[in-house]
Design a protein around this ligand. Structure first.
Ligand code: PEP
Length: 261
């Protein structure tokens, strides 16, 4: 399976800064097909700008477009919300749901995250479902329980099409802190999530499980070579083209599928 490297620009950027960043990324990718899939998840107001810039790019090797949140509702009196059909109109292929910053600052529950994933899937957008434990939960030995509970809610609501999601394991204590889970520790949690997906769907092998939390150019290679780490969700390091390109370059090529003799 091809790895996926997705940038989460969070609430950063401006028209000028986005254009410079996107052009630098596109230029860095112009030399040939990267070994992995790439996406940038940008603030929603900039989706039209990014859609236009990506459409104009001379090279076919450009990132796919993603958003950072979506309403669970289809339309109506939900002031400030953006629905999945709107994201689709602006070329979104991915949308992040349940990022820890939304769970923490906006009180998003597991059930709401599951509904957001459902809304994205219904519109043909791949939800990148974030799960992860806080430092207190890790120290209390509750990591597995927390991530399994968060993923179970999404499986419960989306069971029939769970193989269409991407999961991102993002330990909250590692996001934006410079502290990264060690490759072995991250792999152990990814294996738990993989087993949970396997129990839920016989098509689970196609679900990519990304790691997120201070992934950078220096640590990406060791994380991305773990068997159940299928890519990265990158915050800070996605805002500098050179760093983002170095993470992309660190992604190993997919192992070719075995052919029957
Ligand atoms: C994130 O926001 O999803 C993230 C992983 O951030 P950072 O890479 O900055 O830790």
């Amino acid at each position: 399976m091809k790895k996926l490297i997705a940038g989460n620009w969070k609430m950063n950027g401006s028209l000028a800064a986005n254009e410079a960043l996107l052009r630098a990324i596109a230029q860095g990718l112009a030399g040939g097909a990267p070994s992995c899939d790439i996406a940038v998840c940008v603030p929603s107001v900039y989706l039209p700008q990014l859609q236009a810039l990506l459409g104009e790019a001379a090279s076919p090797h450009v990132p796919a477009l993603g958003a950072q949140d979506v309403s669970p509702h289809a339309s109506g009196a939900f002031t400030g919300e953006i629905n999945a059909a709107m994201l689709k109109e602006f070329g979104c292929r991915y949308v992040i749901v349940g990022h820890s910053e939304r769970r923490q600052y906006h009180g998003e529950s597991d059930a709401l995250v599951a509904e957001k994933a459902r809304a994205a899937l219904a519109a043909g957008i791949t939800p990148i479902v974030c799960v992860g434990e806080t430092l207190a939960e890790r120290e209390a030995g509750r990591t597995e329980e927390i991530v399994r509970r968060q993923l179970a809610a999404v499986i419960h609501v989306n069971g029939h099409c769970i193989s269409e999601i991407v999961v991102a394991y993002e330990p909250v204590w590692a996001i934006g802190t410079g502290k990264t889970a060690s490759p072995d520790a991250a792999q152990a949690v990814h294996a738990v999530l993989r087993a949970q997906l396997q129990a839920a769907s016989d098509r689970s092998a196609r679900v990519r499980i990304l790691y997120g939390g201070s992934m950078n150019a220096a640590n990406a290679k060791d994380l991305l070579r773990q068997p159940d780490i299928d890519g990265g969700l990158i915050g800070g390091a996605a805002l500098k083209a050179t760093d983002f390109l170095r993470i992309i370059a660190a992604a190993p090529h997919p192992v070719p599928a075995k052919t029957a003799i």
